[in-house]
Design a protein around this ligand. Structure first.
Ligand code: SF4
Length: 705
């Protein structure tokens, strides 16, 4: 970057949530910049939430990892790039030679740019020959991916942001949109101001900030969403709201789904611990409103029945034919800035690039042929929780952790610590020094941060936007795709000689249009028209939504060979571990308004710390009394997996029997505040997504006398 042009602002994208807001960044010297919302970006039209507005405060080099490091005699010391990469690649190769490709793994992040993600997947699946590459997006939206694939034959989100403004009713299930996706929430607020008839119904065990705008709040018993939506399916099919022509011409499997959903509103009210009148009010409103969107997020996905919850929601849209048209549809709202881009390139251990299927031999052959790679992974790899268990057991001996902090963020996080302490080789790429995870690295590689790196991200409405460089690369930090390519070249692989990230994007776009698969199914994910993009075109690229120029499912054709969507029977089941005995309370986890993930970035902004200065546990006052803890005291929250310490807060919209703890605080305080250490490692059997919303716990005073 020419610093004499520092008065010029650069159009880029916020690195936090999946809303994907456009940001104009104006450099103020080599380390800092001011930010403002990009009025031309169709996600936010110039608005930014508190986190986005404070992005400028999070810049600077304090705490940055600026040089490669290698561990010697137990201590990390600075090394050259050559030494660090030679050591990482040499040990990696030796492990693969001795134990096979499944003895190594990558664990990556929804923070990565699509180009980084693409190269990481190509390396593991096409060259190493293992699908042991998973991502922290497994923790956030893998149940939605699995639900979409079961219902539509492809992972597709059939709603656009402007549909929220066209809807007559919005249902938010397990989504505190006001805090977790604030700009989308503001769009709904403004739509409601303009059209007071627009109804908002919130389904959440907690009374969150989102409920302040709701016409109806349904505080369901934790884990009972399938009962509620099964009851809705049964109600809709009997109430005349069903669309017989759509069902007959565009779907399969309604009878089986109805058999599994045979429940009355009275039984729903009992199972979900809701007033019957409220259940009926929700069902009647849904039945009577054609333009309805059901938005869902972590409260649905992060469950041992997460995929079934997603399909129970989709079933209600299929039975009414409310999909593929303006103002209606099921809407998975992604948590991370590039959860969607990661999915496009096959970023999960059970997926292949370009929405192709790892379990289909013809798809594997097609991708291998496109890459010209020596091999292709022939079976799904280990999903996040299983991966770290396999590291601890010694089955996986080397792991490369990129842009994430699993010792804080994964469930049973002490197990992750044990796993990394046992691994023969831990490589970590990061932008900051001294995270809980980096302390276990044998090789530590400095990566470029937001503002320094350059590439694309895709938001919740499938809109690809550019993240652009507006600050110079500090120290010896490099882009993640570049580090991966140099590592791959040391392993002797061709196919990684990209000179610029635009070349990776163009290859990714070409693969999306690759039609050499025997089934030749139409896939909605196709950005082939961008395949010829050159560097100038890439640099100038405006936000673009796929599928290009058309609405998802507007033709009412789905991505199965017969073109029909599938109803999925969803028999309700309770969370795996239920509260009782020694652990009488249910732990729910989530975000606070002004922090992001493990706070490596937002923790630097004083303004953001003002909202919630420290970790806390929200308790109902009567439960607090029973636990012997008072408002403002420190408490220990324990499960059979681990414990943490946080400050007691009475209230927080929490119902009796539940507690809420935020996910952000790490283990580097005087007392360990990692809620991940407490969360049970139970996962959804279909998606592998952990049950972050339901761990039996006890709460007592800290320190215990
Ligand atoms: Fe960033 Fe999300 Fe806030 Fe937009 S809503 S500014 S993407 S954190």
């Amino acid at each position: 970057m020419n610093l004499s042009q520092e008065h010029l602002s650069v159009a880029t994208t916020c690195p936090y949530c999946g809303v994907g807001c456009g940001v104009k960044a104006t450099p103020q010297g080599p380390q800092f910049a001011t930010v403002a919302g990009d009025t031309a970006h169709p996600s936010n039209f110039g608005k930014l939430c508190v986190k986005g507005s404070a992005l400028g405060e999070t810049l600077g080099l304090e705490g940055r990892l600026l040089h490669p490091q290698v561990r010697e005699e137990g201590k990390l010391r600075q090394a050259s790039w050559d030494e660090a990469l030679d050591r990482a690649a040499g040990q990696w190769r030796a492990i693969v030679d001795e134990h096979g490709p499944d003895a190594v793994a990558l664990y990556v992040s929804g923070q990565l740019l699509t180009e980084d993600y693409y190269v990481a997947n190509k390396l593991m699946k096409g060259y190493v020959g293992s699908a042991n590459i998973d991502t922290n997006s497994r923790l956030c939206m893998s149940s939605a991916v699995a639900g979409h694939k079961r219902a539509f034959g492809e992972d597709l989100v059939p709603v656009n942001y402007d549909d929220l403004e066209n809807a007559d009713m919005i249902v938010l299930a397990g989504s505190n949109l006001a805090w977790c996706h604030p700009i989308l929430f503001q769009r709904i607020m403004r739509a409601k101001e303009a059209r007071p008839g627009l109804k908002l119904i919130v389904i959440d065990p907690r009374r969150t900030a989102t409920c302040e705008l709701a016409d109806l709040h349904l505080p369901v018993k934790p884990g009972t969403d399938v009962w509620l939506f099964n009851g809705l399916l049964a109600y809709l099919s009997k109430s005349g709201a069903a669309d017989p022509a759509f069902i007959a011409n565009h779907t399969r499997g309604l009878d089986e789904a109805l058999e599994a959903a045979d429940i009355s509103p009275e039984d729903v009210a009992q199972a979900c611990k809701l007033p019957l009148d409220d259940v009926l009010a929700f069902y009647d409103a849904f039945a009577a409103t054609a333009k309805v969107i059901t938005g869902f997020s972590m409260g649905v996905n992060q469950s041992s029945a997460g995929t079934d919850k997603v399909n129970a929601i989709i079933n209600c849209h299929l039975v009414t034919g409310r999909i593929g048209k303006p103002g209606m549809g099921p809407f998975s709202i992604t948590g991370q800035p590039n959860a969607m881009g990661g999915r496009e390139v096959g970023g999960l251990a059970n997926m292949l690039a370009a929405h192709l299927d790892l379990d289909k031999p013809e798809h594997r052959a097609a991708v291998q042929e496109f890459w010209g790679s020596p091999r292709i992974a022939d079976k799904p790899g280990l999903k996040a929780v299983d991966l770290f268990q396999a590291i601890e057991s010694g089955k996986v001996k080397a792991v490369w952790v990129i842009a994430t902090n699993p010792i804080v963020s994964l469930p049973d996080a002490d197990q992750v610590r044990r796993a990394l302490s046992k691994a023969e080789l831990v490589i970590a790429s990061d932008v900051v020094l001294g995270t809980d995870t980096n302390a276990y690295a044998h090789v530590l590689l400095p990566a470029l941060a937001w503002g320094e790196k350059d590439g694309t991200v895709t938001n919740s409405e499938r809109r690809i936007s550019r993240q652009r460089t507006f600050l110079p690369a500090p120290g010896e930090a490099r882009g993640d795709w570049k580090i991966l390519c140099e590592f791959a070249q040391r392993l002797g692989y061709d196919g990684f000689d990209f000179a610029h990230q635009s070349e990776i994007f163009a290859e990714h776009a070409r693969l999306s249009a690759w039609r050499n698969t025997p089934d030749a199914l139409p896939r909605a994910f196709d950005i082939g028209t961008l395949a010829e993009i050159d560097r100038a075109g890439y640099d100038a690229m405006e936000p673009v939504q796929w599928p290009l120029g058309r609405r998802v499912f507007a033709d009412q054709r789905f991505s199965f060979p017969d073109g029909r969507a599938r109803f999925v029977p969803t028999a309700p089941r309770l969370p795996v571990n239920t509260a009782g005995g020694e652990y009488p309370l249910v732990l729910n986890t989530g975000r606070v308004r002004d922090q992001w993930h493990t706070m490596t970035r937002t923790g630097r902004a004083p303004k953001l710390a003002e909202h919630t200065p420290e970790s806390f546990v929200d308790l109902h006052p009567q439960d607090a009394l029973l636990c012997g803890v008072r408002d403002g005291e420190l408490a220990r929250i324990s499960s059979q997996w681990g414990s943490m310490v946080a400050r007691v807060r009475h209230g927080g919209g929490i119902a009796r029997g539940s507690v809420f703890v935020p996910i952000h605080w790490n283990g580097q305080n005087a007392s360990d505040a990692r809620v991940g250490a407490v969360v049970n490692p139970v996962v959804d059997p279909v998606s592998g997504e952990p049950e972050f919303k339901h761990t039996p716990v006890m709460v007592d005073r800290f320190p215990v006398q």
